[in-house]
Design a protein around this ligand. Sequence first.
Ligand SMILES: Cc1ncc(COP(=O)(O)O)c(C=O)c1O
Length: 499
Amino acid sequence: MKWDSFIQKLGWLPPRLLAFAEKRLKTLPAVSQQIEKEYDEMMVALESSVKPYKGRFPSFTQIPDIGRDRIEILHEMEAMRTHEEAHWKDGFVSGAVYHGDEEHIDFLNQVYALNSQSNPLHADVWPSATKFEAEIVAMTADMLGGSDQEIHGTVSSGGTESILLAMKAYRDRAREQKGITKPEMILPITAHAAFDKASQYFNIKPVHIPFDANYRADVEAAKRAITSNTIVIVGSAPSFPHGAIDPIEELSELARQYGIGFHTDACLGGFVLPWAGGLGYAVPPFDFRLPGVTSISADTHKYGYAAKGTSVILYRGRELLHYQYYTTSEWPGGLYFSPTFAGSRPGALSAACWAALTSIGAQGYTTATKKILETAEVIKNGIRQIPELHLLGDPLFVIPFASDSLDIYKVLEEMTRRKWSLNGLHKPSCVHLCVTLRHTQPGIAERFLQDLRAAVAHVKAHPEEKGTMAPIYGMAATIPLRGMVSEMLKRYLDLIFKT
Ligand SMILES: Cc1ncc(COP(=O)(O)O)c(C=O)c1O
C-alpha cells in the first residue's frame, strides 16, 4: 500500500483514536523517517518561491563590521520593491493591499516620515500620537453605530491583536465577576483563526458551531452550545473564508438574553459595510446599533486604507476595556501601564492611520466602496457564467468559488501560473478573491475572468496533469493526520526564517 493512501485510510478512525494513532506512528523510526523525507521534499519544492533573492543580493548572518553604504542599501530595496510591486499594484493579488494608489501611498509615506520616532507609550513626549489614536477610536466608533452610545476602545497592531485583546478581556472579566475558571467561547467554524489563537494563548475552550447553506453561522447550534462557562459568542461581518455575514442580530440577541458577551469580527467589513449600507446595499445590522453587541474589531489597515499595522478594538462601556488594559504599580521600573500587548508602539502608524481616515473622508470611503462592490458584481456574474464553477453563498466582496467537476486546487494553480495570488481554502475546498481597490482599475476584472476561464479550460483539457501545489493543497485539506499538517506548517515557518 502506498504511504499516502495508507494515511488517507486512517481517516475512518474516530478523532481521539486518530490522534493516538498519529502519536504512536511517529514513534516508529520507519514512519518518522518517511515523514521527514516528505517534509524535506516539500520544502525543497517551495524554497525557490519563498527565497527568490538568494544569490541576487548581499545577505547577512552577522552584523557587518563596517556599516554599508546607505545609497547601496536603498538601491537594493528599490530593486526588491520593483520586483514585488507590479504583482499587487496591477491587481493580481487577493486582499493584501486594499488601496495602493501611488498618491495615497506617497502621502502615507510622508506622514510616516514626519512621525517615525513617535511612540504612544511616551504620551508626554508625543501627545500628537495619543491625539491621533483617541480620534481614530472615536471616528471608528461613530462609524460603527456608536455615536450616541458609550463606546470606547484602543488602536492595536492588526486584526489578530484586536481579537486576542477582546478574548482576553472577556476571559478575565468572567473569571473575576463570575468565577469562571474553565471559559468557553462559541465560534462559527468560519471565524478567523485569530480566535483559535486566542483560545490557545488564553486557555479558552473553543466551541465550534457549523454554518448553514449560505455559509452563515447556525444560530440554533449556538444556542445549544451555551453553557454556564460560556464567556462570549462570536460572529463575523463578513467571514474571511466565504465573505458571509453571520446572523449577528440573532446571535447577539441570544448572547444578550443569556448575559454573555458578543463580539462582531468586522476586521474585514468594518470599513466597507457602513458605506455599503449608505449606498443601498442590503447590509444586515452588525454593529453597536444592536444592543447585544459588546465588542467589535475593525481593521484600519484593510479597507480603512491605512498603512499595515493598525486596527481598532471597541467595547460597549469601559468595563471590558479595563480588563484589556495592563497596569502594574510594583515594578522597580516605575508605574507602568499599556493599553495593548505591546509596550512601545509605532506612533507613525497611528499618525498614518489618522491621516488616511481624515484625508479620505466619508465621501472617499463611499466612492471606494461603490467601486469595489460594482467590480465584485462583475466578477460574480462572470463566475456564474462558467459552467464548471459555482459561487459559495451570496457574498458581497469576498468571492469564494468551487467546482463539482474539477479539482479547484488545480484551477488555483493554473491561476497562479497566470500570476494571480488567490486564497486556497478548505472545508469545503474552494478558492476566493477578496476584491480591493486594486481590482477596480480598468480591465482588471475582465482579465481575472479571462484568466479564470482559461485556467478552467486548461484543467479540463489536461486531467493527467497533477500540478505542484495542487496535491499539497489537496493533501492538506483531506489528510486525516492533522498533526502532520501542523508540523508541515511549522517547517514552512522555519523555511521563511532560513537565511
Ligand atoms: C474576518 C477577519 N478577521 C480577522 C483577521 C485578522 O487580521 P490580521 O491579519 O490583520 O491580523 C482577518 C484577516 O484577514 C479577517 O479577514
